[in-house]
Design a protein around this ligand. Structure first.
Ligand SMILES: Nc1ncnc2c1ncn2[C@@H]1O[C@H](COP(=O)(O)OP(=O)(O)OP(=O)(O)O)[C@@H](O)[C@H]1O
Ligand SMILES: [Mg+2]
Length: 225
């Protein structure tokens, strides 16, 4: 079971959007997937309530202190991927989620107000034992050229954080999908948001070596071919 924690030290960076989008993509790729929601705001849990009944991913709402027990339940139920969604600004919740993670994703907008909080995220990661981590740029202008390279140049070594090669642009599909408990790729399966989430999932699969043999393809395709 691979654990991916979404953390930041600021509200509204895109943690829940990324967690729900990746979890839905992982389910579509054939992985047994759950979300653990340790944000008292419960956005991911409420999102699941708005989703049509019966569909994965399951979402479990719990307290940071109960994370080990909840993870054990997911493991016992056969989960292959667990995404942990955390509150905007809580050191203790972020540390708890980072400690158990195989990969930490840190959504951030390409703006000073988000970027300047990465120093605090770095401290959280250090306290959590330096898990593998990457910043995921969010809200990128849809026509931006080489956004990841620009961000790397801008803050690169300042925070000692890798920047994921995949990113999310500012798109209506991301903002509209949660209304019906969906992910962007479900309301616009052939759109650009679907491609972005797919690329980010490929990065997650590669980074967690869920299955290095099929790292950038999906499990269903691999099984068929
Ligand atoms: N790439 C995007 N394009 C358009 N809207 C987006 C995008 N990413 C996130 N949003 C919207 O921005 C808002 C904040 O996103 P989200 O709730 O995912 O952030 P968060 O980090 O989970 O916030 P919190 O810290 O409050 O939990 C939401 O209304 C969401 O729909
Ligand atoms: Mg959230």
């Amino acid at each position: 079971m691979k654990i991916i924690s979404l953390i930041s030290q600021k509200g509204g960076t895109g943690k829940t959007t990324t967690a729900t989008g990746l979890a839905v993509a992982a389910v579509a790729a054939g992985y047994s997937t759950a979300i653990i929601d340790i944000d008292p705001q419960a956005n991911a849990t409420n999102w699941r309530d708005r989703r049509e009944a019966g569909g994965d991913p399951a979402v479990f709402s719990t307290q940071p202190i109960r994370l080990p027990q909840q993870l054990e339940q997911c493991r016992a139920a056969g989960a292959e991927f667990v995404f942990i969604d955390t509150p905007g600004k809580s050191d203790s919740a972020a540390i708890a989620a980072a400690k158990v993670a195989d990969l930490v994703l840190i959504p951030a907008h390409n703006q000073a107000f988000d970027i300047e909080t990465l120093a605090a995220v770095r401290e959280v990661l250090d306290l959590a034992g330096k898990p593998r981590a990457a910043v995921v740029m969010n809200g990128i202008h849809p026509s931006a050229k080489s956004p990841v390279e620009k961000v790397r140049e801008w803050f690169g070594e300042d925070y000692g954080l890798a920047v994921a090669p995949a990113f999310l642009s500012h798109r209506a599909a991301y903002a509209d999908a949660p209304t019906t408990g969906q992910a962007a790729q479900e309301i616009d399966p052939t759109g650009k948001a679907a491609q972005e989430i797919e690329a980010l999932l490929a990065f997650v699969l590669d980074s967690t070596r869920a299955n290095s043999r099929i790292s950038t393809t999906n499990k269903k395709e691999a099984a068929n071919g």
